[in-house]
Design a protein around this ligand. Structure first.
Ligand code: C2E
Ligand code: CA
Ligand code: CA
Ligand code: CA
Length: 282
């Protein structure tokens, strides 16, 4: 019996058991996480290459777990998408991001905008566009204070529905960006049909841009295509000055990445914005 018992357990290694327990803990903890005040947003600045100004920030969610500490989004967003918890989380993120950008605008960063990541499941709710419009009104913000980031997969899910939805967002004036561009099934036809404001070049192409000729070609072609369709380009994951210069040379509009700044707490981001806005001497 002992032996059999051992056999029964041999597939569940300690590491696997631990990861299963972790998943369960995360799943249970995720219910009501926004209500309990355990989520925080960090903000990563975006630099406009033409003006040299910080024109926006991307809101990135983290979970301040009472036992596990700061949990990165990759460890709970996929789970939240599966269980449906992404809907209340997404609404909390939208609310919090708009409240913060309203404060920064009042503090003098008058044209700053915030980019918010949106999951497929959130878009499936019929109330989505209405929620966005109401949230903007609540914070007395013009619609150009907000940009929504959708991944390619999300945008391609149901093309007709997506075209309608993006049309509605455009009508209320909210910009829509395609996130992680180049990693999914980019269909050029969709790009032309969907009313997009911006395309975000994935970090995987940017990190090797100087060494990998394929990556350079993908970036260059994406930028040209985007511009020919009247769509702007943000490059993500820019970590060095030479990557930035390379992208500038290719005509990229905006860069985001550790070279500009890591994602910052709201307090640190306030300081960063102040320093960037201060006139440089010398
Ligand atoms: P993403 O939208 O592609 O966000 C960019 C990720 O790259 C962030 O990771 C950011 O910290 C990281 N990053 C930025 N610059 C650099 C760089 O120069 N080098 C490197 N190596 N990494 C850089 P983070 O914050 O862990 O977010 C991971 C993903 O989680 C996001 O990827 C996004 O898909 C998802 N996510 C974050 N917040 C939300 C949210 O509020 N809602 C939803 N649905 N998803 C979110
Ligand atoms: Ca994003
Ligand atoms: Ca991305
Ligand atoms: Ca590569």
């Amino acid at each position: 019996a002992k032996r059999q018992g051992r056999n029964n357990y041999q597939f569940i290694t300690p590491a696997l058991r631990e990861s299963m327990q972790m998943q369960l803990a995360l799943d249970v903890g995720l219910r009501g996480v926004a209500r309990r005040g355990e989520l925080v947003l960090h903000y990563q600045p975006q630099l406009d290459l033409r003006s040299g100004l910080i024109i926006g920030v991307e809101a990135l969610v983290r979970w301040q777990h009472p036992q596990l500490g700061l949990v990165p989004p990759s460890n709970f967003i996929p789970l939240a998408e599966e269980t449906g918890q992404i809907e209340p989380i997404g609404l909390w993120v939208l609310e919090q991001a708009l409240q913060q950008v309203a404060l920064w605008r009042q503090a003098g960063h008058a044209r700053l905008r915030v980019a918010v990541n949106v999951s497929a499941r959130q878009l499936q709710a019929d109330s989505f566009v209405g929620e966005v419009a109401r949230a903007l009104e609540r914070h007395h913000l013009p619609s150009n204070a907000l940009e929504l980031e959708l991944t390619e997969g999300v945008a391609m899910g149901d093309p007709e529905r997506m075209a309608t939805l993006l049309g509605q967002l455009r009508r209320i004036g909210v910009a829509v960006a395609i996130d992680d561009f180049g990693t999914g099934y980019s269909s050029l036809a969709y790009l032309k049909q969907l009313p997009l404001s911006c395309l975000k070049l994935d970090r995987s192409f940017v990190s090797d841009i100087e060494r990998d000729a394929n990556d350079a070609v993908i970036c260059s072609a994406s930028i040209q295509l985007a511009h020919s369709l009247g769509v702007g380009v943000v490059a993500e994951g820019v970590e060095t000055t030479s990557q930035l210069e390379f992208l500038r040379h290719l005509g990229c509009d905006v860069v985001q990445g550790y070279f500009i700044s890591r994602p910052l707490s709201s307090a640190d981001c306030s300081r960063f914005l102040q320093e960037e806005a201060a006139p440089r001497r010398g």
